[in-house]
Design a protein around this ligand. Structure first.
Ligand SMILES: *Cc1c(COP(=O)(O)O)cnc(C)c1O
Length: 458
């Protein structure tokens, strides 16, 4: 019996499909002027791209044309230099091209047995990051989908470790587990707590928005064994604020409580020598995360999750099943056992390839560029009458207000900016006040572009 192999056979038709797709990928990867683009309504898309999933198929040519001409332009390009909302993405060309190779290679990167070469290369990157963060030899981890899964995986490990510690000491389990973080911590911490059915204890921050050890100490003294982890933020998403990690680490170390550093956005700045000082104390963390798809110039989606002592993660996360025994009963390094996942893409490889290609110094310079640009445009904002800074930028996020504007004014301005395809800057709010925010990641974002956006606020 011959298999119905039209989808897999190497025929002239298959070659044409692969060529067409790769040719489009190549075109998109090398766009000189990345279009900003914007979303369409469902009804518009239904009209422009009617029924594409059919019994006989519409053919590769038509499907690619539809994607290129209708669907892709209905997605905002997060790598556009004027994309300044949320956290932009700015994958290096090497990284995004290599992402295609990862797909073409059909690597299963959950276990060493199947993905040794890929896992080895990913570990090269993780160990380099661990050294940059000051973590000891023996630290290691895994690339998971994003910061949300990274934080959840780390906190699950932390609670598991706390349970084991209490059990070993013959102390009672708390009625409710608590995770301590600052009121400015990312929403994914509350989300992780909800998934884990634990409570979050937000601790007050100082006037600059930073969490300090003394406030954490008070929380720990009050709640004792119930606290299984303290989360310090290495660069808040909204403002780029880095907590006083060193003083927090003193407190967690003295009480034997797990310290997790959420550096999804900001920890990349530790690669810049002048910015390193702000992160003092990270070297004491039990776990850290940083998202390569944010400020390490990798494509979506990847979070580097690193543990000081990976064996604690193995104990918490290894999935047990008879069909997996050949994988889990070995001393091999199996990335799936360190986080919440089983099957996994070798999602660290695009970063590995780009780092191998360009070297680490280029990364330091590209991150420093964003920090410098944020400082420069902040000076500009200080010098203008109609706008003012909400806070001095610490990393590459600049938050400011336009005097006299309501949220409706901000929204109308933001819509116009996108309609004109100049930039994507959505209003945000801080302490009830509507504000604007530039998040600068891309080395292609220029001072002139930002000045142009500021000029449009006059
Ligand atoms: C973006 C971000 C997250 C969530 O990361 P995802 O990759 O979007 O899941 C968590 N913490 C901080 C500080 C972030 O900036």
């Amino acid at each position: 019996m011959t298999p119905p192999d039209r989808m897999h056979a190497i025929s002239p038709e298959t070659r044409a499909v692969v060529d067409d797709v790769l040719e489009y990928a190549r075109r998109r990867a090398l766009y000189e002027d990345i279009p900003l683009d914007k979303p369409l309504r469902p009804s518009d898309l239904a009209r422009l791209a009617p029924r594409t999933v059919t019994p006989e198929g519409i053919g590769a040519r038509r499907a690619i044309a539809l994607f290129e001409n209708v669907l892709a332009p209905a997605c905002i390009s997060t790598d556009h230099p004027g994309y300044l909302s949320f956290i932009p993405s700015a994958p290096s060309k090497a990284a995004l091209a290599f992402d295609v190779v990862v797909s073409a290679s059909a690597v299963y990167a959950g276990s060493w047995m199947e993905g040794a070469g890929a896992v080895f290369a990913e570990n090269e990157v993780l160990h380099w990051l661990a050294r940059e963060f000051g973590l000891p030899e023996g630290a290691g981890g895994v690339f998971v989908q994003g910061g949300t899964i990274g934080n959840l995986s780390a906190l699950v490990t932390a609670r598991d470790a706390a349970r084991r510690r209490l059990r070993a000491a013959d102390r009672p389990m708390p009625a409710r587990w608590l995770v301590v973080c600052s009121a400015e911590a990312h929403s994914s911490i509350a989300s992780a707590a909800a998934v884990m059915d634990v409570d979050v204890l937000p601790v007050p921050v100082d006037d600059a928005g930073r969490l300090h050890g003394d406030a954490v100490a008070r929380a720990l003294d009050e709640h004792g064994d119930a606290v299984f982890a303290v989360v310090a933020t290495g660069g808040t998403t909204n403002f780029g604020i880095v907590d006083d990690i060193a003083s927090i680490a003193d407190v967690t170390a003295a009480r034997g409580v797990w310290l997790h550093v959420d550096g999804a956005y900001g920890l990349a700045a530790m690669l810049v020598p002048e910015a390193r000082g702000a992160f003092a104390g990270v070297e004491h963390a039990d776990s850290v995360i940083v998202d390569p798809h944010k400020w390490l110039f990798a494509p979506f989606d990847a979070c580097a999750l690193i543990y000081r002592n990976p064996s604690l993660a193995l104990a918490a996360h290894t999935q047990k099943a008879e069909y997996l025994d050949t994988l889990t009963d070995t001393p091999d390094w199996n990335p799936s056992d360190l986080g919440i996942q089983l099957t996994r893409r070798a999602r660290g490889l695009p970063l590995w390839f780009s780092l191998a290609t360009h070297g680490t110094e280029h990364y330091r310079a590209a991150i420093a560029y964003g920090i410098d640009l944020a400082a420069r445009i902040a000076d500009d904002i200080r010098a203008r009458d109609e706008v003012s800074l909400v806070r001095d930028p610490q990393l590459s996020v600049v938050v400011f207000r336009r005097h006299g504007w309501t949220m409706a004014d901000y929204k109308a301005w933001s819509d116009r900016l996108l309609d004109d395809q100049r930039a994507f800057v959505v209003p945000s709010s801080h302490a009830g006040e509507p504000v604007l925010r530039f998040a600068i990641i891309s080395p292609l974002t220029t001072y002139e572009l930002l000045v142009d956006v500021l000029d449009s606020l006059r």
